[in-house]
Design a protein around this ligand. Structure first.
Ligand code: NAD
Length: 446
């Protein structure tokens, strides 16, 4: 069992640090955000992630997991140091490496013996070398050895614990066999496929994986838009296409496009990496453009359903970029709600957990409901942006009766068309025929 420091206690650092502790390692999670560390020390989890609270508390009680804002001390007492800080999108689309470089410098300054420095943050190819140079240059003693490793993270918010404990693979790009061995041993208890490669390839694997998944989403959204024009149903198309094992059914659900802390920034970063090398990465350009356009498709549907938005009240259900998280980074709601205000609508919104985060980012005029039914009461239409179970399982007849107009525009294809037809609502979804609006009947029948 190893002594591990995880620098950066956000969605990735906190979950992966906790999971390393869960399989028996001794982990200290550190962060410069003192408020976060204080909360964690008092047993409060600063993010919403199902199952995390129990796991943090059991591992902390067992003495395998601790928290500190003394990053230097955490580094000094560990053999393996993970860098798990944010790499946000810069204004030019590139990954901003400010935090990664700052941590590399702190690691160098506290290099009191051999350590493996592992980058878990998603970083452009070549960052491992930058980390190595930074650590080397800030060492008080140039004779103290260290190695660098790239070990990108693949967990998904909302199912992060299961993704981490049951990881499908651990990608380890290492500068030496010794370091690869140490990080492989760290992963042994996870009983996963260990893929050892070079630093640059490991860094590229993360971007390639996310870009491919984003491509699947943009691809099926394009098929959805075409389905609407030819009278096909994208849910049927996805099901039929996904049965081909070469394609698979995952990431083939049409909707309002991808959001969150990873796909938008990682696709932009890959585009910037390519541009930096003078290479025109045409697919990624299209994937990004399609995703921007797809969000606004829902606005077009609302405008069509209501004949304009001036003076209309819209009930928005779901604000987070996906269910089971409070993460609002690049959530479609952040584009759509201001756009609706721009068209003269008023907005009342509800999300089971993301309202505290969302209210910091959405226009001040946004009202928030205490639940689904209070939010839809008296609204001219209901717009579904996140497929929380609570929203998928809401009492549709009650929603219909509470709305001023029985119009539901669903960006996540939550409901069966026959059910909506029987309910007598006007129902717009993505890539499927419109239900209940006579004027749209012809569109579905070519
Ligand atoms: P986050 O913003 O939730 O957390 C980053 C943390 O790092 C913050 O708590 C911040 O205070 C801390 N930090 C910044 N500078 C620091 C420093 N010098 N010393 C100590 N702590 C410092 O970010 P995240 O979502 O956990 O993402 C981290 C990385 O993992 C990113 O590169 C991201 O692309 C990647 N990633 C994220 C996910 C995801 O689902 N969130 C999945 C896979 C990979």
């Amino acid at each position: 069992m190893k002594k591990v420091a995880v620098v950066g206690t956000g969605y990735v650092g906190l979950v992966s640090g906790t999971c390393f502790a869960q399989v028996g390692h001794r982990v200290v999670c550190c962060d410069i955000d003192r408020r976060k560390i204080d909360l964690l020390k008092s047993g409060v989890i600063p993010i919403y992630e199902p199952g995390l609270e129990e796991l943090v508390s059991s591992n902390a009680e067992a003495g395998r997991l601790s928290f500190t804002d003394d990053v230097a001390a955490a580094i000094r007492e560990s053999e393996v140091v993970f860098i798990a800080v944010g790499t946000p999108m810069s204004e030019t689309g590139e990954a901003d490496l400010t935090y990664v470089k700052a941590v590399a410098k702190t690691i160098g300054e506290n290099l009191n013996g051999y350590k493996v420095v592992v980058t878990k943050s998603t970083v452009p190819v070549g960052t491992g070398r930058i980390v190595a140079r930074t650590v080397a240059d800030s060492r008080p003693d140039a004779g103290v050895p260290f190695d660098v490793v790239s070990n990108p993270e693949f967990l998904r918010e909302g199912s992060a614990i299961a993704d981490c404990i049951g990881m499908e693979r651990a990608v380890i790009g290492a500068s030496s066999d010794k370091a690869a061995q140490i990080v492989a041993e760290l992963h042994e208890p996870f009983d996963t496929t260990i893929f050892i490669t070079d630093l640059e390839s490991a860094e590229m694997i993360k971007y390639a994986a996310n870009a491919f998944l984003a491509t699947k989403i943009s691809f099926i959204n394009e098929i959805a838009n075409l389905c609407e024009r030819v009278g096909a149903n994208v849910s049927e198309v996805s099901a039929g296409v996904g049965l081909d094992s070469r394609i698979g059914s995952k990431f083939l659900q049409a909707g309002i496009g991808y959001g969150g802390s990873c796909f938008p920034k990682d696709t932009e970063a890959l585009k910037a990496i390519a541009a930096g090398k003078g290479y025109e990465f045409k697919i990624i350009d299209s994937v990004i453009e399609i995703n921007h356009r797809q969000r606004m498709v829902m606005l077009d549907k609302l405008l069509e359903a209501l004949g304009g938005l001036r003076g209309k009240q819209i009930a928005v259900l779901g604000l987070a970029f996906k269910p089971n998280t409070d993460d609002m980074r690049y959530a479609p709601s952040l584009d759509l709600i201001p756009a609706m205000f721009g068209f003269g609508a008023s907005v009342k919104a509800y999300d089971p957990v993301a309202i505290p985060e969302a209210s910091k980012l959405l226009p001040d005029d946004t009202e928030y409901g205490a639940g689904v039914y209070e939010t839809v009461r008296g609204a001219d239409a209901c717009l579904i942006l996140t497929e929380w179970s609570e929203i998928k399982e809401m009492d549709l007849a009650r929603v219909r009766d509470l709305l001023r107009n029985p119009v539901i525009v669903d960006g996540r294809n939550c409901f069966d068309l026959n059910v909506m037809e029987a309910l007598g609502v006007t129902y717009y979804s993505v890539g499927r025929p419109v239900v209940g609006a006579d004027k749209h009947a012809e569109q579905a029948v070519v």
